[in-house]
Ligand binder design. Structure first.
Ligand SMILES: Cc1ncc(COP(=O)(O)O)c(C=O)c1O
Length: 437
């Protein structure tokens, strides 16, 4: 171990003194000294298979050479200047490249730095152009930590505790979570439950004429990788069209190939009015965008919204390279193929381990929800966390999700190989045997 690695490990002990607990008290705090492809290398000489991808960010694997080269070249030209004061070419190139992969005619952008900012922008845009106050979000959703984004987030009450009052005129409808639907665990019942909830909101709390937008994740991320019924987004689209309500999709976690399509809404063909994108957009460089059609976005007049860092030149150059790599290396196809291999393997494990209540996911966004066997699906965060730790011991990093942490989610990079999937499955099985014996 080098001196600087030893130093690093020593410094780790000071985390509780220097980092806010709200930032530091996460898991598993790996002291990484190098990240490459699907692997993380730590100061204590270990190597980990990274099935978190920085929470769905480094979709091309860590340090993809083409992304690094694009960033390096841009860095030599200009690191920063606020968009508007100057304009850089990589920004305009990105504005030309993105519409080619986005659903429908989404061809105007407001760039920010994080997912939460993209959501803030989407909410502000929807209210601004519609002149209506109401936003209907979904129970169990996660949209970020800034005030607007936290106001539409309901995955855990802990994320809302002590922050009231939130941004007003926000309402929640039930997400179609078939596994835990009170009407019955089928996609049809789950959709029925959601549509009833929306109807009740319209009848009792806010008439549709006062609703600016629905805001929804096409697959709930932090909520537990909940894949809704196929008809859910089309049904929402119809309700929106009927009442002149805008449809905002939060594809911050699902975007850029994660589900096997460039965007998750492309599985159903539903085109949103406003889209929030971030995370995988630039393979690790901070960038996000609130996106809409020119017709809608051009109503957002000068001064109505702004940013200093949004659309940073290096991040834009990295995003362009990221898009090219996803397409040229056929990563959507790889995500579909590897996702199926992984899902089949997890389903085989479900047959052996009754603690696995459900296996679900799409593409490379996969999860297992844990329950106490022989109960009425009582969530089992203990087994989930023990499994995460057991897998970490074996060199695999996955992550938790779900409203009480009862879900283990896998977020491998889209470049993942069959050998790495099989290794992750073997480690999962070993871990399950260990934590359920
Ligand atoms: C669906 C979704 N929206 C928004 C966000 C917030 O993104 P950020 O943490 O970049 O602000 C996240 C982050 O996990 C997310 O999963």
């Amino acid at each position: 171990m080098s001196n600087s690695q030893a130093d690093f490990l020593e410094q780790m002990k000071r985390i509780p003194e220097v980092l806010a607990p709200s930032l530091a008290e996460d898991w598993p705090k790996l002291p990484v000294i190098k990240a490459e492809g699907a692997y993380l290398y730590t100061a204590d000489g270990k190597r980990y298979l990274d099935f978190t991808s920085g929470i769905a960010v480094t979709n091309l694997g860590h340090g993809h050479p083409r992304v690094l080269e694009a960033a390096r070249q841009q860095m030599e030209q200009m690191v920063h200047s606020a968009v508007g004061v100057t304009i850089h070419k990589s920004l305009l190139d990105l504005c030309e490249a993105l519409p080619k992969v986005l659903p429908g005619e989404m061809d105007m952008f407001f760039f920010g730095n994080s997912g939460a900012e993209a959501v803030e922008g989407a909410i502000k845009l929807a209210r601004y152009v519609s002149g209506r106050p109401g936003i209907i979000a979904f129970e169990g959703g996660f949209h970020g930590r800034t005030y607007g984004a936290a106001s539409v987030t309901s995955v855990k009450s802990k994320y809302r505790n002590h922050y009231e009052p939130f941004v007003p005129s926000i309402y929640f409808a039930p997400y179609p979570y078939a596994y835990r639907c009170p009407l019955g665990s089928t996609p049809e019942k789950a959709l029925e439950w959601t549509l009833l909830g929306i109807e009740r909101l319209f009848q009792h709390q806010i008439p549709p004429s006062q609703v600016a937008a629905f805001l929804v994740e096409p697959i709930q991320g932090e909520g537990g990788y909940i894949v809704p019924p196929r008809d859910f987004l089309p049904a929402l689209r119809r309700i929106c069209d009927e009442h002149g309500i805008l449809l905002i999709l939060d594809e911050v976690q699902t975007g850029f190939g994660r589900t096997g399509e460039m965007f998750a809404c492309q599985h159903s063909g539903v085109i949103p009015d406003i889209l929030a994108i971030a995370k995988g957009i630039a393979n690790g460089f901070p960038l996000s965008a609130t996106v809409a059609s020119r017709k809608l976005m051009s109503q957002w007049l000068p001064g109505a919204h702004g940013t200093t860092y949004g659309g940073n030149p290096i991040a834009c150059a990295a995003a362009l390279a990221t898009l090219q790599v996803i397409q040229e290396e056929n990563l959507l196809e790889n995500a579909r193929k590897m996702g199926k291999r992984f899902l089949d393997g997890l389903n085989a494990l479900k047959k052996k381990y009754p603690v696995i209540g459900e296996v679900r996911g799409l593409g490379l966004m996969l999860a297992m929800e844990f329950v106490y066997p022989n109960t009425d699906k009582r969530p089992n965060p203990e087994v989930a966390f023990n499994l995460l730790n057991a897998m970490l011991e074996q060199g695999l990093v996955a992550y938790m999700a779900g409203n009480v942490g009862q879900v283990v989610r896998y977020i491998p990079p889209l470049i993942v190989t069959a050998e790495q999937i099989d290794e992750a499955l073997a480690i999962t099985e070993k871990g399950l045997a260990q934590v359920t014996h």
